[in-house]
Design a protein around this ligand. Structure first.
Ligand code: IPE
Ligand code: IPE
Ligand code: MG
Ligand code: MG
Ligand code: MG
Length: 313
């Protein structure tokens, strides 16, 4: 019996309720396990908590829990491990916003970490969150075979290393204004795909896979989860690019219209908004079809894929 509320069979409208309940479970784990603000040196713990609790959709941990539940596992024992994904993600946002990277002053509706705490503390808060995440991932899980948990930890590390998220961030930075000097469309499209799959796609895919691995998925189920994660991972960043063009800073809680101003290589800039939406349609079909093949009684993966593609913030 799941320790988290069982939302099965309540109909489509209750995706929102499912997301809220899993988000609440993740937030509770973050609150419980992050060092308190009073722990010395207090400034670093204030900075870590400031960014983690500024809001955020918690989509990565929720995906991990949803993947575990889709294969019939109880999500409760892995909430802290799933929450670790939010620490990795929040670190990536703090560093992404630094003056040396995207130079953003608004994130999750608040001034960015470096604006409030200074650059040194923002860099260190990111470092600390990343390190904290791997401590949480390594917390023993009772009946979980250690080999399987090690595989899960290695999977998250690989998703965010220099061949994963960091590699994507490097290519993103190096590709600023590339479209103004590079004439080969093929090269530009390949580069765009590389950036999106690495800077965003791999952590989202790893989130789904983490839930599957820790939930005890079979190899066949893991393969389906990987396909699903790849599709929504790419979709997630295409939507992020579209929202940067189409929405306001107020709605997004982060600066809008920045990608064009910084000459970023994005889907709307290179392929246009219509092509971006057509691609999203394809990716959603793939994700929903794959989610359907996983087919447990508490399977919100299809609904989450739709949410990822249709979100407006
Ligand atoms: C924003 O991520 C950065 C990307 C990888 C596109 P989210 O859209 O998940 O941001 P939060 O966590 O909800 O703030
Ligand atoms: C950020 O991509 C990806 C990571 C943080 C790894 P963006 O630079 O597009 O994210 P936003 O738009 O600032 O949230
Ligand atoms: Mg960026
Ligand atoms: Mg950015
Ligand atoms: Mg963006």
């Amino acid at each position: 019996v799941s320790g988290l509320a069982d939302d099965a069979g309540r109909g489509a409208g209750d995706l929102q309720q499912y997301l809220r309940s899993r988000r609440d479970a993740v937030d509770a784990a973050l609150e419980l396990h992050l060092p308190a603000e009073s722990v010395e040196p207090a400034v670093i713990h204030r900075a870590m908590r400031y960014s983690v609790f500024a809001g955020g959709k918690r989509i990565r941990p929720v995906l991990a829990l949803a993947a575990a539940e889709a294969i019939g596992a109880d999500a409760e024992p892995l909430v802290r491990h799933a929450a670790a994904l939010e620490l990795v993600h929040t670190y990536s946002l703090i560093h992404d916003d630094l003056p040396a990277l995207d130079d953003d002053d608004l994130r999750r509706g608040r001034p960015t970490s470096h604006v409030v705490f200074g650059e040194a503390m923002a860099i260190l808060a990111g470092d600390a969150l990343l390190t904290e995440a791997f401590s949480w991932l390594a917390v023993p899980m009772g009946s979980m075979p250690a080999g399987r948990q090690l595989r899960a930890i290695a999977l998250v590390a690989a998703a965010v290393d220099s061949r994963g998220m960091i590699g994507g961030q490097v290519a993103d930075i190096e590709s600023e204004h590339l479209a103004e000097r590079e004439t080969s469309r093929e090269l530009l499209e390949e580069r765009l795909d590389f950036i999106h799959r690495n800077k965003t796609g791999k952590l989202l895919t790893a989130s789904v896979m983490l839930g599957g691995l820790l939930g005890g998925a079979s190899d066949d189920q893991l393969a389906l989860l990987e396909t699903y994660g790849g599709a929504i991972g790419l979709a997630f960043q295409i939507v992020d690019d579209l929202l940067d063009v189409e929405e306001s800073a107020e709605t997004l809680g982060k600066t809008a219209g920045k990608d064009l101003a910084q000459g970023k290589l994005t889907w709307p800039a290179l392929r246009g908004a219509d092509a971006a939406r057509a691609k999203l349609g394809e990716l959603l079909d793939t994700a929903v079809a794959t989610a359907g093949m996983i087919g447990g009684p508490l399977n919100y993966l299809g609904g989450i894929a739709r949410y990822v593609c249709e979100r407006r913030s």
